[in-house]
Write a protein of this length. Structure first.
Length: 184
């Protein structure tokens, strides 16, 4: 066993203190790596985080704008949503893209897997690139009030650099696409 595979934390006890259909919160009584007693809160996400970066033949992309309740502010981000862990993430990505934008894509590529906040959560994000696009009507969920805008990809990249896009899936997707598709 490699040294980095050894868990330096000792769990003394665990108690689930919150549970709903999307997340659960467990409080662990622990001995930390330095030998001291402590607590550790762990958020378990019951779904995958799915993100889709859309790119058309003219190098435009689509951003979704919405008010994010936990942040108490508006956010521009790539189309994204949740996917059940027992369903192929690509199926969830296709559903989310259609719901939020009305776009269907003929070409799909998984470009990134990312842990979104690994100090407190086990949430896994999977990001897809969607290309060869067909356009229809969006069908957002009842809990979503979305704005949609088409912009040149390089403008989205500038929005990341300027701190106008801060959503982690969006930042990762845009930076990854910049490196893999737009670097010379």
């Amino acid at each position: 066993m490699k040294e980095q595979d050894i868990n330096p934390w000792q769990t003394l006890s665990s108690k689930k203190i919150y549970d709903n259909p999307w997340i659960s919160l467990t409080e662990h009584q622990v001995i930390n790596p330095g030998g001291g007693n402590g607590i550790y809160g762990e958020v378990h996400f019951k779904n995958l985080a799915i993100g889709i970066i859309v790119l058309d033949d003219s190098n435009n992309t689509w951003l979704v704008g919405q008010y994010r309740f936990p942040l108490k502010s508006y956010s521009w981000e790539i189309p994204e949503g949740g996917g059940q862990e027992n369903i192929d993430p690509l199926i969830s990505a296709k559903r989310e893209l259609l719901e939020e934008t009305g776009i269907e894509a003929e070409s799909w590529t998984e470009i990134q897997r990312i842990h979104l906040s690994n100090s407190v959560s086990d949430e896994l994000g999977i990001i897809f690139l969607a290309q060869n696009l067909n356009f229809g009507e969006s069908k957002p969920e009842e809990s979503e009030e979305l704005a949609l805008k088409k912009i040149p990809f390089m403008q989205a990249y500038e929005m990341v650099l300027n701190g106008e896009i801060t959503d982690s899936l969006s930042v990762a997707a845009i930076l990854k696409l910049k490196i893999t598709h737009f670097s010379s």
